[in-house]
Design a protein around this ligand. Structure first.
Ligand code: HEM
Length: 140
């Protein structure tokens, strides 16, 4: 049988590295970082690791909100969605993830666009609406 995407990515250590590099790129990217102004970044890190690990066929269970609920009221534009995907591709290139694996990852993310994008516009750098309710911080 074909090895899972999780195995081909290099398992948990690689996924943690990818998520942290991606988080740092997003934090520096003025096209999208305003949306994260009130986010608990420790929670986001854990949720992204669990989500990527589970989707890739690894031994994790994602416990966060579904994509529609998590992004509802954030007013993410199509341009901002594309900017985030660009940052992810930069991370995957940095980690020398093969084009086959990259295509598999983008194939999973593409269909989520309609759950996340609320504004059909190429504008980027739009603010987080004051009414947006962030998820509660992780209990530690
Ligand atoms: C395919 C693309 C995306 C995926 C897979 C994704 C995934 C996630 C996940 C798993 C969470 C955690 C949910 C939770 O804590 O319950 C989250 C939260 C978040 N996402 Fe996304 N996301 C995507 C696109 C975007 C885009 C384009 C933006 C904005 C430019 C964005 C902004 C945020 C923010 C600000 C949070 C934190 C929400 C909070 O504070 O509670 N996401 N996302």
């Amino acid at each position: 049988m074909e090895r899972s995407l999780y195995e081909r990515l290099g398992g948990m250590e690689s996924i943690v590295g990818v998520v942290e590099d991606f988080r740092d790129r997003v934090a520096k990217d003025a096209r999208i970082n305003q949306k994260f102004a009130r986010t608990d970044l420790a929670r986001l890190r854990k949720m992204l690791i669990d989500q990527v690990c589970e989707v890739a066929g690894g031994p994790c269970t994602y416990t966060g909100r579904n994509m529609k609920d998590a992004h509802a009221g954030m007013k993410v534009t199509s341009g901002e969605f594309n900017a985030l995907v660009e940052d992810l591709v930069a991370t995957l290139d940095h980690f020398k993830v093969g084009k086959t694996e990259q295509a598999e990852i983008l194939g999973v993310l593409g269909p989520l666009k309609s759950d996340i994008v609320e504004v059909d516009s190429s504008q980027v750098g739009t603010p987080l609406p004051a009414t947006y309710q962030p998820a509660p911080a992780l209990m530690r």
